[in-house]
Each structure stands twice: as structure tokens, then as C-alpha cells.
Write a protein that binds this ligand. Structure first.
Ligand code: HEC
Ligand code: HEC
Ligand code: HEC
Ligand code: HEC
Length: 392
């Protein structure tokens, strides 16, 4: 007696028959929620008891998460042409094929990714992932599968044309489900002896494929019934609730991200920084020229000349540079802006606030005596010294 087996295709869509959320919106490329949403989808797939899934570019790019899922064994992964490790240590990423009973028919399932998608996936180097040509992998596995399964299914993460080419090059696949940037087919498409079906991208469709298989394992008939997951699809209250919770979590993550960005920007704008005399010069040319003529503008060179190797430079540098040990001030001779010498901001304070508001910073003797002190006070006389540094 002939048996009927129905495959619900598109692994994203496998759960979607009962989901009724707009998965088009749901699968997000926004970095801040991508991981959370992928995680949700995979958990939903686990609950639905998906029988087989093969990782594509997107899944590989979420490598850490994929690794966890592979390890947990909650979703049956199949990948016939991906390996980990090198040389002697090289081993398949996961099952190279799976055997499944659907409607009394024994299915053998292989999964392949194309070279282009593999190359574009963002996988960390330490994953040591390697790729085998799809045709080679298929040739290796088909003889074994033909003895173990009645119907061989290929889950293809290779685009339509390249999948077709592969099926002609390596005959023996009975059914190919193409999930790579695929639109939804109206009916099955034959490639040689192989029934192919594409069931639409982004989980917006449920790809449903019915097969009538005779007792010898021969497919008598194949029919595609791909269905858009629109308002006509019944809602499962549990799934709906989980989907809503996941949506709320996404919103929360987005809000959190926005806030963090805002704070970072505020911190960047509001932070105290020394800008250097060249910045001040843009608006205060005459003060700059006068300052240039004072010993302050050469204080670093003076120090350098005087440091005879025996001296502890750290003990000296503080009064010969600008903003020493101050937030946004001197760090080392190579930082930008260059804060060598006793520049404008050593007396007037860090310029960030002033440049923003246009308000000035007055200062008095106390500023001078942070440096002109102790053995360096020499014959300090504020009135006398003041006359030598004021700019007019
Ligand atoms: C960040 C430290 C620092 C501050 C603040 C500072 N000075 Fe100086 N000042 C120096 C150093 C160092 C020299 C020596 C520079 C050199 O000779 O290369 C110097 C030199 C001078 C000289 C030249 C003295 C000479 O022998 O020719 C005068 C005048 C002077 N400072 C006045 C002032 C006044 C007035 C203030 C405050 C309004 C002030 N300085 C603030 C570090 C400072
Ligand atoms: C507390 C701040 C301060 C420290 C620390 C400091 N200097 Fe100075 N230095 C000054 C001031 C102020 C002057 C300018 C004095 C003046 O002309 O009135 C000066 C001037 C000088 C001069 C110019 C010549 C002179 O003696 O007037 C030399 C050279 C010098 N310092 C070397 C050093 C060395 C070397 C050290 C480390 C041992 C050092 N300074 C540490 C504040 C300092
Ligand atoms: C050694 C300390 C010192 C340094 C260095 C210094 N100034 Fe001044 N600046 C003064 C003093 C003193 C006044 C007089 C006004 C006061 O007492 O507040 C003044 C006044 C000013 C004023 C007010 C208008 C004017 O000309 O009197 C401006 C603008 C100014 N400085 C810009 C600069 C700029 C720009 C630089 C660097 C290129 C600079 N200052 C470097 C001490 C300094
Ligand atoms: C974008 C232009 C601009 C830049 C850059 C700028 N200032 Fe000013 N500054 C002004 C204006 C405008 C005033 C107010 C009018 C005036 O006094 O000339 C002023 C005034 C000042 C005053 C006098 C404030 C008072 O209370 O009398 C000082 C001191 C001063 N600036 C220092 C600096 C220092 C130091 C820097 C570099 C860190 C700097 N400025 C960079 C535009 C600028």
C-alpha cells in the first residue's frame, strides 16, 4: 500500500504554522537583538520537535550560540560538508546525515552549505571550521544512504541554480528543500529525477510537501502546498504568548542600547579635556603669539636639556607640562593633542567647557604657585611675574 509522508519544510518556518507572528519582522538584523531573536527561534524549534536542520550563513555567524545548540543536542543538526579541526583532528561538525521515519517512510537527510555562503559567514578562527565541496560530500554519502533510507532528502543552503546543477552532477537525491534566499514555489519543480521545493524566506511561509511513496520506496507523486503565514493561520496561545514575551524582551534590549549610547555620547561631550594651545590659537591669536615668547612655551625642552640621566624624570615632569595627573590632561609625549610645555590650559584650566560655552576661566596667584613653589619659587613675586605672562 502506498504511504503518504508530509514534510513541513523551511526550518525557520517549521514552527511557524502555529506561530502566527510576523516572522519577517521577527528575524532581525539589528545587532542588539539579533542574538536574542535567534535564540528564541531556536528554542521554539526545539519545542516543536524539528527533525532536522542544517546551518547556513546566518547560523554559522552566530557561532557561539550555534556551538551551544550543537552541544546540547536539542535540535537535530545535520551538516554533510562542514568539519572542525585540522589534519588528524579533523571531524564532522555534527551528524553528516540523519535517518527519520515520517508517515512510515524511512528518510535519509543530508545538509549542504554552498562555498559562497560559507565564505561569507562570520566564524571566529578558533572554531577551526572547514568546508568540503558539496558534490564531493554527496558522492561520499549517497551509496551508504541508499542502503539505509527509502527517500533521500537534501536540505540545501545553496542557491537555487547551484543546487540544480549539483543535483544533475550527482544524481540520487530524491527530494531537495532549498532554503537559501528562496521564494515560495507554487508547485514542485523537477531537476532530473529530483523533486525540489523552495518555501520562501524569513519564515513567512510554511513549506509543505506531500509525497506518496509506494512499497518499493519509489515516489509516486509529490505535491507542494506552500502556505503564507498570514492572518488565516490559527494561533496557538502558548506560542503567541512566548512570541510576545520575546518581542517585549527585544524592545527592552533596544531601549537599553539606546540609553547606553546616549550616556556614552554625553560622557564623551561632557568629559573634561585639555585641547592644547593650537586649538586656543584659532580664536586667540595675539595671546598665543605672546605666550609663545615666554619661557612657559619652552618648559619641556628646558627640562629635557637639564635631565642628565641621573634625574628621575617623573619627579620633574609635572610642572613642565600641561594638565599633569588631571582628567583629560598630560599622558605622555606622544598623545594628541600635544601637551608638552606650560600651555594656556595650565593657567586657564581645561578648555572643553570654555570652548563649548564661550565663557572664560579666570585665575589668580594660586594657579601660579602650584608650580612656582618651594625650590622653584626662586625670587617669586606675583606682581612682577604677572607682568611677564599677561598677554597685552
Ligand atoms: C604648570 C606649572 C606652571 C604654572 C601653573 C605656572 N608656571 Fe610659570 N613657569 C613654570 C616653569 C616650568 C617655568 C620655567 C620654564 C623654563 O624656563 O623653561 C616657568 C617660568 C615662568 C616665568 C619665567 C621666569 C624666568 O625666570 O624667566 C614667569 C615670569 C612665570 N613662570 C610666571 C608665572 C605666572 C605669573 C604664573 C601664574 C599666572 C605661572 N607662571 C604659572 C611653570 C609654571
Ligand atoms: C613643583 C613644580 C616643579 C617641579 C616638580 C620641577 N620644576 Fe623645574 N621649574 C619650575 C618652575 C616654577 C620654574 C621656573 C622658576 C623661575 O624661573 O622662577 C622651573 C624652572 C626649571 C628650569 C629652568 C632653569 C631654572 O632653574 O630656573 C630647569 C632646568 C628645571 N626647572 C628643571 C627641573 C628638573 C630637572 C626637575 C626635576 C628634578 C624640575 N625642574 C622639577 C617648577 C618645577
Ligand atoms: C602662565 C599663565 C598663563 C598662560 C600659560 C596663558 N595665560 Fe592667558 N592669561 C593669563 C593671565 C595672568 C591673564 C590676565 C587676566 C587674568 O588675570 O585672568 C590672561 C588672560 C587671557 C585672556 C583674556 C584676554 C586677555 O588677553 O587678557 C585670554 C583670551 C587668554 N589669556 C588666552 C590665553 C591663551 C590662548 C593662552 C595660550 C596660548 C594663554 N592665555 C596662556 C595667564 C596665562
Ligand atoms: C571658538 C573660539 C574660541 C576658542 C577655540 C577658544 N576661545 Fe577663549 N574665548 C573665546 C571668546 C569668544 C571669548 C570671549 C570674548 C573675549 O574675551 O575675547 C573668549 C575668552 C577667553 C578668556 C577670557 C575669559 C574672561 O573671563 O575674560 C580666556 C582666558 C580664554 N578665552 C581662554 C581660552 C583658552 C585657554 C582656549 C584654549 C583651550 C580658548 N580660550 C579657546 C573664544 C574661543
Amino acid at each position: 500500500m502506498a504511504r503518504r509522508a508530509t514534510i513541513v519544510d523551511s526550518l525557520e518556518a517549521a514552527g511557524i504554522g502555529v506561530l502566527h507572528v510576523d516572522l519577517g519582522d521577527f528575524v532581525s538584523t539589528q545587532n542588539v537583538v539579533k542574538q536574542q531573536r535567534t535564540q528564541y527561534l531556536w528554542e521554539e524549534m526545539t519545542r516543536l520537535g524539528v527533525k532536522a536542520t542544517t546551518p547556513g550563513k546566518r547560523e554559522l555567524s552566530e557561532w557561539r550560540m550555534l556551538e551551544d545548540f550543537l552541544e546540547s543536542g536539542e535540535i537535530p543538526f545535520v551538516s554533510s560538508n562542514l568539519y572542525r579541526g585540522t589534519g588528524e583532528e579533523k571531524r564532522p561538525l555534527t551528524n553528516r546525515y540523519l535517518l527519520e521515519d515520517v508517515g512510515g517512510v524511512r528518510f535519509g537527510i543530508v545538509g549542504l552549505i554552498g562555498a559562497a555562503d560559507f565564505a561569507r559567514a562570520r566564524v571566529p578562527d578558533d572554531a577551526e571550521l572547514s568546508f568540503q565541496e558539496p558534490a564531493e560530500a554527496l558522492r561520499e554519502l549517497l551509496p551508504e544512504l541508499e542502503t539505509k533510507a527509502e527517500v533521500v532528502v537534501l536540505l540545501s543552503q545553496i542557491d537555487r541554480d547551484a543546487t540544480a546543477e549539483l543535483l544533475h552532477e550527482v544524481p540520487g537525491v530524491d527530494v531537495a528543500l532549498i532554503g537559501n534566499r528562496a521564494r515560495a514555489d507554487d508547485e514542485i519543480v523537477m531537476e532530473g529525477e529530483t523533486i525540489t521545493n523552495q518555501s520562501g524566506v524569513r519564515g513567512q511561509w510554511a513549506g509543505i510537501l506531500s509525497l506518496i511513496v509506494d512499497p518499493t520506496g519509489h515516489i509516486v507523486k509529490g505535491e507542494a502546498h506552500n502556505r503564507p503565514l498570514d492572518k488565516l493561520v490559527a494561533k496557538d496561545p502558548d506560542v503567541l504568548q512566548r512570541a510576545q514575551a520575546a518581542n517585549e524582551e527585544s524592545d527592552r534590549l533596544r531601549q537599553e542600547d539606546l540609553l547606553a549610547q546616549k550616556q556614552e555620547r554625553a560622557a564623551r561631550e561632557g568629559s573634561t579635556r585639555y585641547l592644547g594651545a593650537e586649538t586656543c590659537k584659532r580664536c586667540h591669536v595675539s595671546e598665543y603669539e605672546q605666550w609663545k615668547s615666554t619661557p612657559h612655551a619652552n618648559a619641556f625642552l628646558t627640562l629635557k636639556k637639564d635631565l642628565g640621566g641621573m634625574q628621575d624624570a617623573d619627579a620633574c615632569i609635572g610642572c613642565h607640562v600641561t594638565g599633569f595627573e588631571a582628567t583629560g590632561g598630560w599622558i605622555n609625549p606622544n598623545t594628541n593633542p600635544d601637551l608638552r610645555n606650560v600651555q594656556c590650559e595650565a593657567c586657564h584650566g581645561p578648555g572643553t567647557e570654555h570652548v563649548r560655552t564661550g565663557g572664560g576661566t579666570r585665575m589668580g596667584e594660586a594657579v601660579c604657585t602650584t608650580c612656582h613653589t618651594g625650590e622653584f619659587a626662586k625670587d617669586w613675586n606675583y606682581t612682577k611675574y604677572y607682568e611677564l605672562v599677561r598677554h597685552d
